[in-house]
Write a protein of this length. Structure first.
Length: 290
């Protein structure tokens, strides 16, 4: 049994991770709020990562740290920029240094496929990433944390997981796939750049959680894209939703602009971890049927 500290345990991925491994390991969940899952399967450490935190509440020794927490205000720039920076970057540094001092073997950080920006083809982990203002503040904070984490690879295995559009039941309605479902249901026009819109490979939550869990066994440090098995345009996604909810999607097409795609090459995920199991059609059925 390993001792694991996890942040973001009430979030979409974190809750699924705890459901899977909460009975097998000693889990410390850093959380601003309690819920039934945390109280039953973990030892809860009350802590708001947007503020300086008291490490005396943390275990003196730890086998792994899984940092999944992200700021809830990722769209509120510049009004909530401090919260985004504190949760995504400052807290990452403090947790990295805590993990080093507590003797952690592994540190897993939930980054984002968005650090690549957008492009015509898929991105693999060897794609050069250029720090630029066009990334936006949220993605910039994720990239900063990746750079900081790279400096700790001589002390522990640092696993940077770049997630691509994770979705699943109980996800916040403001996120992409739930927003598209509501738009189709309500007949709200979905904006497309070009005829089909952006192309992505969304990741079902169970595959995202499996990636985190399997990363605990990795040797050495890695950056790994975590994406789903299907590459779909926004039009194709909306059409799939329409078939399940029984309503034709409505589109607003901007032919004056062309989309930048955000597709994660998942070859490394397949070789080091596993091949994603949940197709978008199946994952969408789980989401809509929940």
């Amino acid at each position: 049994m390993s001792t694991i500290l996890i942040t973001g345990g009430t979030g979409l991925i974190g809750a699924e991770v705890i459901r899977r491994i909460g009975a097998e390991h000693a889990i410390y969940a850093v959380s601003r709020r309690h819920n039934e899952l945390l109280s039953k399967k973990t030892r809860v450490i009350p802590c708001d990562l947007s503020q300086p935190f008291d490490e005396s509440l943390f275990p003196a020794e730890i086998d792994a740290v899984i940092h999944l927490a992200q700021s809830e205000h990722f769209r509120d720039f510049p009004a909530r920029a401090a919260d985004v920076f504190n949760v995504n970057t400052r807290a990452t540094f403090e947790l990295l240094d805590y993990a080093r001092r507590a003797g952690a073997r592994t540190f897993i950080y939930a980054s984002s496929g968005g650090v690549y920006g957008t492009g015509v083809n898929g991105f693999d982990e060897n794609t050069p990433i250029v720090a630029r203002s066009g990334l936006g503040f949220y993605q910039s904070s994720k990239l900063c944390s990746e750079i900081l984490a790279d400096n700790y690879t001589s002390f522990m295995n640092v696993i940077l997981l770049r997630f691509f559009f994770v979705y699943g039941p109980e996800q916040k309605p403001s996120m992409l796939i739930p927003r598209l479902v509501e738009s189709v249901r309500n007949g709200t026009p979905i904006s497309l750049q070009g005829e089909s819109g952006i192309r992505i490979n969304p990741t079902y939550v169970s595959d995202a959680a499996d990636a985190v869990i399997k990363s605990l066994a990795l040797i050495d440090s890695h950056k790994i894209n975590i994406g789903g098995p299907d590459v779909l345009s926004l039009r194709e996604i909306a059409t799939e939703i329409g078939e399940l909810v029984g309503r034709e999607p409505v589109f607003s097409i901007d032919n004056q602009s062309q989309p930048g795609h955000l597709i994660g090459d998942i070859g490394k995920m397949r070789s080091l971890l596993f091949s994603p199991k949940v197709s978008f059609k199946k994952g969408l059925a789980y989401l809509i049927g929940s």
